[in-house]
Design a binder for this molecule. Sequence first.
Ligand SMILES: CC(C)(COP(=O)(O)OP(=O)(O)OC[C@H]1O[C@@H](n2cnc3c(N)ncnc32)[C@H](O)[C@@H]1OP(=O)(O)O)[C@@H](O)C(=O)NCCC(=O)NCCS
Length: 158
Amino acid sequence: MNLRLAKPEDLPHIQAANLQNLPENYSMKFWMYHILTWPQISFVAEDNKGRIVGYVLARVKDPANKAPEIHGHVNSISVLRSYRRLGLARRLMLLSQEAMTTVYKSSFVSLHVRKSNKAAISLYRDSLGFRVDKVEHKYYGDGEDALYMRLDLPQQSS
Ligand SMILES: CC(C)(COP(=O)(O)OP(=O)(O)OC[C@H]1O[C@@H](n2cnc3c(N)ncnc32)[C@H](O)[C@@H]1OP(=O)(O)O)[C@@H](O)C(=O)NCCC(=O)NCCS
């Protein structure tokens, strides 16, 4: 299994994985905007034939777009079913978090997760150390609440 930075030509495969794995789907324009604007913090996992089996897509938020501090935000992460529980999502998150710190000096990383998504909550809370910052009621289109979770990132000395 190879983990590497996501490239624009990966986007059709990332989008296909997203459609298979999650109800939150996005246009190609959305994915492209992320990869081109913050090219260092989105990653893919590929198998030995070069097929994309997992991805993490992230962005940076900063005071220019009303965020209190510069921080990373994970928009979407998923791993194909037959490649789960191999540590891929954890490794993808760690790569993204490291780049958020070193490239963008992000002070923390945030994300939204469905209240019912036990696997993802366990990944974020138990495996990576995130905490629930607040509950956002009816955040999702179907009315489900989101947990807004965050993790402080180590500060880089300049
Ligand atoms: C959530 C998801 C990305 C996890 O991917 P993964 O590669 O299987 O996760 P990892 O193997 O890196 O798991 C790391 C840790 O997360 C936790 N975890 C992962 N899947 C879990 C599950 N099904 N049940 C409980 N804990 C789980 C465990 O603590 C695990 O460590 P362990 O295997 O040593 O016990 C994957 O299940 C997925 O793609 N789900 C559908 C899409 C999704 O829900 N994305 C998140 C949206 S917010």
